[in-house]
Design a protein around this ligand. Sequence first.
Ligand code: F6P
Length: 320
Amino acid sequence: MIRKIAVLTSGGDAPGMNACLRAVIRAGLYQGIDMYVIYDGLRGLVEGQIKQVNKDFTQDIINRGGTIIRSARLPEFKDPIVVERAADQLKDFEIDALVGIGGDGTFRGLNDLAKHGIKVVGIPGTIDNDVGSTEQTIGFSTALNTICECIDKLKDTSGSHQRCSLIEVMGRHCGDLAMYAALAEGAEGVICVEHPLKEDVLFRKLRKMKAQNKSHAIIIVSENLLDIHDLAKKIEEKTGFDTRTEVLGRLQRGGSPSAEDRVLAARMGAKSIELLLNDKCDSRIIGVKGGQIVDLPIEEAVNMKHEHTHGLRDLIDMLQ
Ligand code: F6P
């Protein structure tokens, strides 16, 4: 029988993590469970940074960006000795189950802990939307809105100077942020894994725009693919478009979560407690499928690859 549940946030922080933390803690307390938080992600777990919390802890955090229990990346969690130390900490605190909010790396860590007899539930929280077992992650909607807000502003200055703006967005190796932003902004171009750069097509298009005296061009580029400064130079040489680069960077991770992320966080957070209290359930990962909250065995979920949104690629090309 489960009496004590702990929750942590791990990996890159994402807007909505606090809203999810709130939901997990409140849903647990509602069921009469003793609720604990673990500071500094999996690293804090290994170090035993564990504290019991009550409802007051979750006051006024639903709208706050970042994560109030902080996050960390811990590559050393691959080491079985480190995992064992983490499992021992939970046992020392007599904690029966763990909820982890994070991305793929966090889920792999949770899976390793599950092998030590800890019941775990993973909730996808990352701006990248790159988790295989879900159509949407907590934080993606807010990051997308932030990118759009930035590009709206860039369009003002880009248009005033008749420039081409190359804008690099995050996503690790997933093009969802780039493609959704391209669609939402009506960008003239997008370059990402799912929509690779075709230089001749891009240059031809920009030359045509220049000839037509178009006010500006917006090209969105996913990180980790190419050097946007080199590409900017090439665009100037090949098209005559005065070109500037903007790397949006970590500001995409900050800010108050969108209503969509808060609602998703609430639904997933409550689901995690429901799963942990169900004796018939093994360790699970929560996701979204067709708008519904679903859950999968953790072993299966960690081996799933994110479905690339190829349908969007055709839509982007059609509307450009
Ligand atoms: O996973 C979230 C993310 O922001 C990625 O988009 C990015 O590649 C990475 O984290 C950056 O991580 P860090 O802030 O640790 O350098």
